[in-house]
Design a protein around this ligand. Sequence first.
Ligand SMILES: O=C(O)CCC(=O)C(=O)O
Ligand SMILES: [Fe+2]
Length: 263
Amino acid sequence: MISGPLADAWINWKRHPISDLDYRNQAMAEFNNSGALVLRGFFSSDFISRVVAESVARQGEAFYANSTHNVYLTPQDSQFSDDHAFNRQLVSSKGLIADDQISVDSPLRDVYEDDRFRTFLCAVLAVEAVYPYADSFSSINVHYAPRGRELGWHFDNSSFAVTTLLQQPKSGGIFEYVPEVRDSDTGEMAFDRVDAVLNGAENISQLNFDPGDLVLFRGRNALHRVTPTEGSVTRVLAVFAYNDEPGVGLSRSALKTFYGRTN
Ligand SMILES: O=C(O)CCC(=O)C(=O)O
Ligand SMILES: [Fe+2]
């Protein structure tokens, strides 16, 4: 038997011919229109069962940051009052494991490294190339939200996020968002709208996705969160993180915040 690239068994290539120009253009158009793209049934059932098994086995190793944050994911600023939009604190209680806790033969790595997958991402995200992080933590992560745990409202630092849900909780664990709240390019902080979202005074959209769907999301200007998991089934999600330039790694203080360790 001739074996092809490792990711051949993990992606539903017939349903999602990501190297096909028409398919790619359609994905690009949808992503540009809405800032989000959900490719249903992207990963094979073999991929999901293998990755769920290996991820559930490592759940006990997950790091849970015991802290709060503002929506901008920056330290508080004393020039603003504690109840100002800049300083309002949100709870993120989910846990995660880092890239260095994911085995070398994980299907997650086969997909992360696959050239066809990367070329497709570049086309949809309109970047020339995507690179792994220079640190050994950030490239592939698995997030865990057992009962009652959540991810609070925030804007992402990175311009795009690539994820796949591995395990859906019985209820809760809903991805909620409000598109185009701030403009990070012009420095528009959108304090009034941030307050409105946190006060429940804005219309909130939901992005619904199931295990095995590939999700692309522009989270730098869209305020988003994941609601607390309800029930006994942990929400488990894999994140494929890339940079659009080589050699970028997180600082020691960022590593400490996100992963609780620096080596
Ligand atoms: O869990 C999710 O679906 C989204 C995660 C997210 O927004 C993040 O990690 O920044
Ligand atoms: Fe996010």
